[in-house]
Write a protein that binds this ligand. Structure first.
Ligand code: RBF
Length: 163
């Protein structure tokens, strides 16, 4: 999607219909909040255009991206939501933490998709620096949160979408 179109806001919405009868959660990591809160706001704004409001949209925070796995798992198991977007931003630092956190979150979220049978959308930026992250949180490369929300709407409509 973005590698072809270069901008995260360039996703297809033709034929995309509002979601009915579902409840979803957006879980946001507080680390790098100038990036993640902008992504969360993009995600929530998009969901509110596609059938969600305060009655069927749960918005919660966790400390860091590593905790997104637990946050999403909790929402799926205890709050019985139909789908989750996890929003985080891991910026490369001077320690191997970047690699450990990025890989753990990616595989943890992938596993949740399989285990829960519900879409858990990976709205996590992994960048070399803050500028690259801000460019993708409402900057010149679009908003990863908005794109993640569009992805969730598409996956919730998966069984009714035509090719
Ligand atoms: N969490 C993030 O969401 N993004 C980061 O870039 C990030 N970098 C971290 C770097 C270090 C050295 C440490 C110790 C933690 C970092 N975390 C980051 C937090 C991590 O996801 C988790 O909240 C903590 O490791 C829990 O103690």
């Amino acid at each position: 999607m973005s590698s072809v179109h270069k901008n995260l806001d360039n996703f297809r919405t033709d034929g995309l219909r509002p979601v009915t009868g579902k409840r979803v959660a957006v879980i946001t990591a507080e680390w790098n909040e100038e990036v993640t809160f902008a992504m969360r706001d993009g995600a929530v704004a998009f969901l509110k255009k596609y059938g969600f409001d305060d009655s069927n949209l749960v918005v919660r925070q966790v400390p860091g991206s590593f905790e997104l796995i637990y946050g999403a798992s909790y929402m799926l198991e205890k709050e019985d939501v139909d789908g989750v977007i996890v929003v985080g931003c891991v910026i490369q630092g001077e320690t191997p933490h970047f690699t450990f956190i990025s890989q753990a979150v990616a595989s943890g979220i992938a596993e949740l998709n399989v285990r829960s049978g519900k879409p858990v959308i990976f709205g996590v930026l992994t960048t070399l620096n803050q500028e690259q992250a801000l460019d993708r949180a409402g900057g010149k490369h679009g908003n990863k949160g908005t794109e993640a929300a569009a992805t969730l709407v598409k996956m919730l409509n998966f069984n009714v979408l035509e090719a």
